[in-house]
Design a protein around this ligand. Structure first.
Ligand SMILES: Nc1ncnc2c1ncn2[C@@H]1O[C@H](COP(=O)(O)OP(=O)(O)OP(=O)(O)O)[C@@H](O)[C@H]1O
Ligand SMILES: [Mg+2]
Length: 269
């Protein structure tokens, strides 16, 4: 069977686009985003890669409006996120589903209630909530964990619950922060397949951070390298992986020496 590739599908004008325009963000002395710009068309899937500590998670939190940039703009479906009122911004956030790198599950709630949270917030009736939570648990191959607290689960199980919570309300925009880090190869592939199936069914706009090149090739229309607070390279996966750019080469080949390391050394000085 021919391998399904995300990029064979055209972007969907009916889905929200995302755009970051000249984002700057520092924490104290530490400059994390330094004039970062990119855009994702409605229904498109962008994969972001980059060295550890370079600002990938911080960028994702900007896209959903959890972090406010020092300067620059974030546009969701053409709307300037920080020009909106608090209520309007919260409504825009409901378009999103996000799985966080560190899980960010509600520890005081059961697994069931965690996954039910976005469904209840969007006003689904109880019977529908129950069915959809069970469907999502099945999707991520978790059984008999409904009543457990997140703290009773393994790290990989928590990650899968976080993923299930992100997709449960079938949002128009999905942000995945390392959805398959720390999972075994079979589960990694299952997560990729779920992302592909969601694309086929709902055509959401997706931004995924991953270190898995195979995942990136499978689920991404484009791959972007984030380093030094900017997007250094942005291209379809095959083109990205064969690019001659020295920073891309260092990242793809996993070399200790190269422009990305020099930059990291500079940034800790
Ligand atoms: N809330 C915060 N307060 C202060 N510094 C922060 C905060 N969040 C992130 N940082 C800093 O911003 C930088 C980028 O962090 P971020 O988590 O985005 O990296 P990352 O690219 O996702 O790394 P990794 O691949 O390890 O997940 C780091 O130096 C981090 O210490
Ligand atoms: Mg991160």
């Amino acid at each position: 069977m021919e391998e399904r590739r995300a990029r064979d599908r055209a972007p969907d004008e009916n889905r929200p686009s995302l755009r970051a325009a000249d984002l700057h963000k520092s924490f104290g002395e530490k400059v994390v985003l330094d004039g970062l710009s990119f855009s994702v068309a409605g229904g498109e899937s962008l994969v972001i890669v980059g060295p550890s500590g370079t600002g990938k998670s911080v960028l994702l939190k900007h896209l959903i409006g959890l972090i406010k940039p020092d300067s620059g703009k974030v546009y969701v479906a053409g709307e300037d996120l920080w020009a909106l009122s608090h209520v309007e911004r919260n409504n825009v956030r409901k378009k999103f589903g996000m799985s966080f790198q560190e899980g960010a599950l509600f520890d005081s709630m059961s697994v069931f209630d965690n996954i039910a949270f976005p469904l209840r917030r969007s006003g689904r009736p109880p019977g529908e909530v129950r069915d959809r939570v069970h469907e999502c648990l099945e999707i991520v191959h978790l059984e008999n964990v409904d009543e457990k607290r997140p703290s009773e689960l393994s790290g990989g199980m928590r990650r899968r619950v976080g993923f299930a919570r992100a997709i449960s309300h079938e949002p128009e925009i999905l942000l995945f922060d390392e959805p398959n880090t720390g999972l075994d190869p079979i589960m990694t592939d299952i997560i990729d397949e779920v992302i592909l199936e969601m694309r086929e069914k709902l055509k959401p706009t997706i931004v995924t951070i991953t270190h898995h090149v195979e995942s990136a090739k499978k689920i991404g229309d484009r791959m972007a390298l984030l380093a030094g607070g900017k997007i250094l390279y942005d291209a379809p996966p095959e083109e990205f992986l064969h690019a001659k750019d020295p920073a891309v080469r260092q990242f793809v080949e996993g070399k200790a020496k190269g422009p990305l390391t020099q930059e990291m050394e500079m940034s800790v000085r």
